[in-house]
Design a protein around this ligand. Structure first.
Ligand code: C2E
Ligand code: MG
Ligand code: MG
Ligand code: MG
Length: 290
């Protein structure tokens, strides 16, 4: 939006500059308020995780759950990751926040198990800055030890873009994480321009087809071709393939027909509180850890 305003200001003369300046002030004000609040959000325990199920397409079972960060800010209300993660990365806050996420997700997963629910694999998102933090691997190891969670019940989701930002570091870090027995998924796959060679050399278990290819899957033949290509490639590389953002029965039917392994999206379940996911898991009381 700022870029657009600047474009107008340059192109159409002085009158728009006023608008641009005001807009900029507003934007930096919003940023300052965000920053001020974000700096004490951990301390004030304003973060929470929402949990969204992953479903196998062949059996309809819950094969996993993804933890998604939510921020309940006093001043700004509930803020979604897209609105504060870039700032958290910039301020270096993502590392302590990410530690909280990993710890909370593993503790929650063990609490579900203690409550007698079937074992389920929990996925945690890791950003580019977290991946370049050299304490990541030792932190993952110590959280697993402390919570007693079996490593194969943890999955880290890293976007293809984050991996490509520093592929050498990503390969090295992911290899260390895999040595712990933790699973790895490439998130938002298809948007990050990795080559087949790079993909072959990445120590990963799962590809997550980006939501942008799933949106119009029922009608858009180009998106159908892309989804089909990712599923086929995943199979040939012995990777699991899961589609994100599945919202309709038509999308699900396409993915099942193409033998995609799993799906995630509003069609089956929205991200929700721990208790809501526990009920879902209980209703699905079948043991499955693929
Ligand atoms: P992501 O990992 O690709 O997660 C999927 C996003 O799509 C989530 O948005 C989820 O709420 C949303 N979603 C799930 N199913 C559907 C659907 O059927 N339709 C639509 N329209 N949306 C759906 P959310 O929770 O806002 O998270 C956005 C992104 O923020 C995530 O994308 C992930 O990259 C990042 N993120 C979330 N939590 C964390 C975290 O704890 N740490 C880090 N580093 N990143 C996180
Ligand atoms: Mg994810
Ligand atoms: Mg994703
Ligand atoms: Mg995505």
């Amino acid at each position: 939006q700022a870029d657009m305003a600047m474009y107008c200001a340059k192109d159409e003369g002085k009158n728009n500059f006023q608008f641009y300046a005001t807009e900029l002030e507003d934007r930096s004000l919003v940023r300052m308020r965000l920053e001020h609040n974000l700096r004490c959000a951990l301390e004030k325990q304003q973060f929470e995780l929402a949990y969204q199920a992953k479903i196998s397409l062949a059996e309809g079972q819950i094969v996993g759950v993804e933890a998604l960060l939510r921020w309940h800010c006093e001043e700004l209300g509930t803020v979604l990751p897209g609105q504060f993660l870039p700032l958290a990365e910039e301020l270096g806050l993502i590392v302590p926040i990410g530690r909280w996420v990993l710890e909370t997700a593993c503790e929650q997963n063990m609490a579900w198990q203690r409550a007698g629910l079937p074992a389920v694999r929990i996925a945690v998102n890791i950003s580019a800055v977290q991946l370049s933090d050299h304490t990541l691997v030792s932190h993952v190891r110590s959280v697993l030890e402390r919570t007693g969670m079996p490593p194969h019940l943890l999955e880290l989701e890293i976007t293809e873009t984050a991996v490509m930002q520093n592929i050498a570091n990503a390969v090295a870090q992911l290899a260390e994480i895999k040595k712990l027995g933790v699973m790895i998924a490439i998130d938002d796959f298809g948007t990050g321009y990795s080559s087949l060679t790079q993909l072959r050399d990445l120590p990963v278990d799962t590809l997550k087809i980006d939501r942008s290819f799933v949106n119009e899957l029922a009608t858009n033949t180009t998106d159908q071709s892309i989804a089909r290509a990712i599923i086929t490639m995943g199979k040939n590389l012995c990777l699991n393939v899961i589609a994100e953002g599945v919202e309709t029965p038509e999308q699900e039917a396409f993915l099942r027909a193409e033998a995609c392994d799993a799906m995630q999206g509003f069609y089956f379940s929205r991200p929700g509180a721990a208790e809501v996911f526990a009920e879902l898991l209980e209703g699905h009381a079948q043991r499955y850890v693929g």
